[in-house]
Design a binder for this molecule. Structure first.
Ligand code: NAG
Ligand code: NAG
Ligand code: NAG
Ligand code: NAG
Ligand code: NAG
Ligand code: NAG
Length: 354
């Protein structure tokens, strides 16, 4: 391979990134995550349910925890954001209406002061990636970040109830306990739905080793759903055909979420569930066998973002790539799209954002 070819991604990034819809003065990890904006959604192949059942291809709806008593127990993965959701929501970023912003819209945010606490749980979503710790597996396969030598995030994202304060509220959750979840993306080569799988549970205060409260998996799931619908969810009365809708907003983005409770993915059982002795109480199984399946639409975007749409960004990116290819003569002549490019295009998204 010619050295100019290797250089190319770096050059393109250096020249175009400041003008994209990405704020460079954010922390590095966030910037890396935003890179996944470049990952094309059309690599995905979304079945009508919006996800693939992990157990159909060697995966599991139970997580893997390094040490449990007895060994081998896991937490139920009890919510799914479908791959048919708005593709902006399926990007693990705060910008552009991404997943992190969606979480904030119903009261959850990242870990206390960026710290990571809690055990590293893994999930095998049956997508060919095996057990994965990564909360954003898409980064791992993102050719742009790979060519830059950016190593994938090697930790599970833990999102906690923010007690109404996205900045410091999760510190309170870490100490006092509360609702939280870990999540994984189903985007491996054999089942690339792009769906996001969540293991939600309500934990006790740190002083009690973050055990799970009685019925804390089912309740955690339903309090999260209740935060989306802004109404109490009757956990004990849910059936295999219960549905809800809810509308939430953050950062100028409005999300409409359709929720259905789906049977058959998880067993209605306490068997193999971590802390099952204290969580499964009063004849209620630690996992009631229902998974909350969330389909998310973006119904409103901030006014400034309209001209900084994917289309505008994409035109700039594509045109710039062709321009650079031409400049360093990797290809003799870039096709008619070249005529779209003018240097002032680079200013377009920046003007829209700032
Ligand atoms: C990622 O986690 C694995 C397993 O815990 C560990 O062996 C490896 O060193 C970690 N890699 C990085 C880059 O931290
Ligand atoms: C929202 O979440 C909090 C924390 O988990 C919970 O206490 C509350 O009941 C939830 N709201 C609804 C309506 O479910
Ligand atoms: C659950 O269903 C029972 C029986 O239909 C009813 O009496 C009760 O009010 C319901 N509970 C909730 C929280 O909806
Ligand atoms: C849903 O529940 C009803 C009534 O309990 C039952 O007859 C039906 O088989 C269930 N459907 C599925 C898909 O589990
Ligand atoms: C789960 O099983 C219990 C009995 O073990 C039953 O009472 C309950 O209705 C079941 N839940 C669902 C959602 O099917
Ligand atoms: C908890 O799960 C284990 C398997 O991991 C099982 O042997 C045990 O019976 C379960 N206990 C309860 C109370 O369901």
């Amino acid at each position: 391979m010619r050295s100019s070819t290797l250089l190319l991604p770096h050059v393109i990034l250096a020249l175009t990134t400041p003008s994209l819809c990405i704020s460079l003065d954010r922390r590095n990890w966030e910037w890396k995550r935003a890179l996944s904006l470049w990952t094309r959604a059309d690599e995905r192949n979304v079945p009508s349910e919006g996800y693939y059942d992990p157990s159909q291809s060697g995966g599991s709806m139970l997580t893997k925890i390094p040490v449990t008593f007895p060994m081998g127990q896991g937490e139920p993965i009890n919510a799914i954001i479908t791959g048919s959701s708005d593709s902006r929501v399926l990007v693990d970023a705060e910008v552009n209406g991404g997943l992190r912003n969606y979480f904030v819209s119903f009261g959850f945010s990242g870990e206390c002061l960026g710290q990571h606490s809690g055990s590293d749980q893994e999930a095998n979503l049956g997508d060919g990636n095996g057990f994965s710790k990564y909360f954003s597996a898409s980064l791992r396969r993102d050719s742009v970040s790979q060519s830059l030598g950016i190593s994938p995030e090697n930790e599970t994202g833990v999102i906690r109830w923010a007690y109404g304060d996205p900045e410091l509220g999760t510190c309170k959750e870490t100490i006092q306990g509360g609702n939280h979840f870990r999540y994984w993306v189903q985007d491996g080569p054999s089942a690339n739905s792009g769906a996001i799988f969540l293991a939600v549970s309500y934990e006790k205060p740190i002083a009690e080793q973050h055990d799970i409260i009685p019925n804390g998996y089912n309740l955690g799931r339903d309090w999260l759903v209740g935060n989306i619908t802004q109404s109490a969810i009757p956990t004990l009365n849910l059936t295999n055909s219960t549905t809800y809708t809810g509308t939430t907003s953050s950062g100028g983005y409005t999300y409409e979420t359709s929720i259905r409770y789906v049977p058959g993915l998880l067993a209605n059982s306490s068997d193999g569930i971590n802390h099952n002795i204290t969580v499964g109480v009063d004849g209620i199984n630690a996992a009631d066998g229902l998974v909350a399946v969330l389909d998310v639409r973006i119904t409103q975007t901030p006014p400034t973002s309209s001209c900084c749409s994917h289309v505008a960004c994409d035109i700039v990116i594509v045109a710039t790539i062709f321009y650079l290819l031409r400049v360093i003569t990797v290809v003799p002549l870039a096709p008619p799209i070249m005529s779209l490019w003018t240097p002032s295009l680079l200013k377009l998204p920046r003007t829209c954002v700032l």
